[in-house]
Design a protein around this ligand. Structure first.
Ligand SMILES: [Cu+2]
Length: 509
């Protein structure tokens, strides 16, 4: 029995070592994040000796200051992912997923040859993991594989900027179109070794689409509609993350005689841009954000999704110049419109302004437009009169009720019966129904969404199912049929309006 006595301590020791080793690995892993973290890179001396700089990040339309150094540096970038509710258009809100709190995300400016220590920090309040694919990075996924970051975590990786140019960055977490479609894109400028030519004003503008469940302008908090994204039917195509982000007080500005440069990118996720500034000609364009061929005297430049361009022009005359996607319904119906306001003295040789306003059709035209104005006034009075005149209001209600009766007889009658008394134990009555008459909004919801479960009508219990009819009836038909049932068989109530139904339909979606 010697053997066990000798072996036991060895066995215990081995187990202890094993447990200790396991613990250490676990602790290290916890500190480093996911299991594939390789630990900090060991940089060669020449890189370690480079000066270290903290990158200046800016929200659109601002651009970080030009880089003046003539040598590479180790640049530390700290970018924070935040999911924030913000304004997409007046009355329309959206939960944007952002880099740095803005759409597009913070502008990053570095120099060719810089070694970048990149930190992606995902705010603890985020609901999802995110990462970043920088088109300026040479390496798998452009950094995406190294930056997958859970909420409340932080990832670090290092890259060297080998190629100068203007590059898009974006989230590449699945489903990628959704992350990009929620605003996760921005620009990174890698200045060539010789630096950028000097200009007076630099601005940052990006185009992107939003696939909201509601139509353009439909109020309330909207969410991402995957089906619309797959069909590439965005209700919104905007500059800098919202309708009107660059108009009025928020317009970008310049003074007569200045050279303006726009760093323009397209985040997408799908739609390319025909970028144009109304009333200006681009003196220079850096097509696709590349650095070799600088095109001159361009009216409109095509910018692909996930691509960028630099445009430069001197402003010669004062006024408001409109930035658009020249696929024009995008500008005028979906939001892709911004403004550059130029202040300064006129130069009437370059641009005279309207010189003469002559009457082309003679005196008739004047009288004609006077008459059109008066007609509009009268129409307005007529509408107001219609609304306030009780007799007309009464007739309107009667017309609605008659139309509604036709809907009722075609659809509701099979269950609720001609006399509105329903069928005992199966279909509740609408005639003198205390349940129905007590709540007009609930009546609208009942037609739209159907009704099931126990209810009590005039003291009698029902527990059956009425099918939803929102796909069958228009808002107007629902207003009509409710006006009918609220005024038939001795019931009495006001007319329902199409708007009331529409409001409830919006509420429940
Ligand atoms: Cu993401």
């Amino acid at each position: 029995m010697n053997t066990p006595r000798n072996i036991l301590p060895v066995f215990v020791l081995a187990t202890l070592v094993l447990v200790a080793a396991l613990l250490t690995t676990t602790v290290i892993k916890a500190a480093e994040g996911p299991a594939d973290a390789k630990g900090p890179v060991v940089l060669p001396l020449d890189v370690l000796n480079l000066p270290v700089e903290q990158a200046i990040l800016t929200a659109p339309p601002r651009v970080p200051p030009p880089i003046n150094r003539k040598y590479p540096a180790r640049v530390v970038v700290n970018l924070e992912v935040r999911e924030v509710v913000g304004r997409l258009a007046d009355g329309v809100e959206y939960t944007f997923w952002t880099y740095g709190g803005s759409v597009p995300g913070s502008f990053i400016r570095i120099r060719e040859g810089d070694v970048v220590e990149f930190h992606l920090n995902n705010h603890p309040s985020s609901k999802l993991p995110h990462n970043i694919d920088l088109h300026a990075v040479t390496g798998p996924g452009g950094g995406a594989t190294s930056t997958f970051t859970a909420p409340g975590h932080s990832s670090q990786f290092t890259f060297q900027a080998l190629n100068p140019g203007l590059y898009v960055y974006h989230c590449a977490t699945a489903p990628v179109p959704m992350h990009v479609g929620n605003g996760m894109y921005g620009l990174i400028l890698v200045e060539p070794k010789g630096g950028m030519p000097k200009v007076d004003k630099e601005y940052y503008v990006m185009q992107g689409e939003f696939y909201t469940t509601g139509k353009y302008g439909e109020e309330g908090l909207q969410s991402f509609d995957m089906a619309k994204a797959i069909d590439e039917r965005p209700p919104y195509i905007v500059f800098n993350g919202s309708v009107g982000s660059l108009v009025g007080d928020k317009a970008i500005t310049a003074n007569v005689g200045e050279h303006v440069r726009l760093y323009f990118g397209v985040g997408g996720p799908n739609v390319t841009s025909s970028f144009h500034v109304i009333g200006e000609i681009f003196d220079k364009v850096w097509p696709e954000g590349g650095t070799k061929w600088i095109q001159e005297n361009v009216q409109t430049t095509l910018v692909p999704s996930g691509g960028a361009t630099l445009v430069e022009f001197k402003v010669d005359v004062p006024g408001t110049f409109i930035l658009v996607d020249h696929s024009l319904t995008r500008a005028f119906n979906k939001g892709a419109l911004g403004m550059l306001k130029v202040a300064g003295a006129e130069n009437r040789v370059i641009y005279s302004g309207k010189e003469i306003d002559a009457i082309y059709l003679g005196a008739q035209a004047e009288a004609g437009s006077e008459s059109a104005k008066r007609e509009a006034e009268l129409q307005e009075l007529f509408t107001i009169e219609l609304k306030t005149n009780p007799r007309i209001a009464g007739l309107t209600k009667e017309i609605r009720a008659e139309k509604g009766k036709q809907v009722y007889m075609g659809l509701c009658v099979s269950c609720h019966q001609v006399d509105g008394k329903g069928l005992p134990a199966v279909f509740p009555p609408l005639a003198a129904s205390d349940y129905m008459l007590a709540d007009r909004d609930r009546a609208i919801r009942t037609i739209l969404q159907g009704l099931s479960g126990p209810i009590t009508v005039n003291g009698v219990a029902f527990n059956s199912v009425m099918p939803p009819l929102e796909a069958v009836l228009t808002d107007t038909q629902i207003a009509d049929v409710l006006t009918y049932v609220f005024n038939a068989w001795g019931n009495q109530g006001d007319a329902f309006t199409t708007d009331q139904v529409k409001a409830i339909r919006t509420q429940i979606h």
